[in-house]
Design a protein. Structure first.
Length: 143
């Protein structure tokens, strides 16, 4: 019995849609990361980019459990002295919910070319309007 190794020629990509309304931010991010990586497929190959396209809608309505809204902090640094900027997730979820979801998903992907190319197939929208209707995305559990 031979081991299957995916390559660019034999990867079939599907479009999936995830609704984050009322769900924890992390649980939605885990599901998105698994689909982007291709871990739900029987043809999963760790060193190949064999994942699918993912559209996340209603990112503004995702919830943070516990005290994460106050205690969890998004940090960026400009590289200059004193260039640290800190934003509590409560404010980040109000102002830039797409960024909060993208940061959560990015942290769950590998830090290499496979992860970067997988992240390029992620589309996040703050509300229910999205541009990928022509691709007819389906819910992952609808199959």
């Amino acid at each position: 019995m031979s081991t299957f190794m995916a390559n660019k020629g034999n990867i079939e990509r599907k479009w999936y849609i995830l609704d984050a309304a009322g769900k924890p931010l992390g649980k939605t991010a885990v599901q998105a990361a698994d689909l982007l990586r291709g871990k739900t497929k029987p043809t999963f190959t760790p060193n190949a980019d064999c994942g699918d396209f993912v559209v996340v809608i209603n990112a503004r309505k995702a919830v943070l459990t516990g005290n994460k809204g106050v205690q969890k902090i998004y940090r960026t640094h400009s590289g200059w002295i004193g260039g640290l900027k800190e934003t509590p997730y409560r404010i980040l979820m109000q102002e830039k919910p797409e960024l909060a979801m993208r940061v959560a998903v990015r942290g769950m992907l590998p830090k290499n070319t496979v992860g970067r190319s997988a992240l390029s197939r992620l589309h996040i929208y703050a509300d229910a309007n999205y541009e990928q209707q022509a691709q007819k995305p389906v819910a992952p559990d609808a199959e």
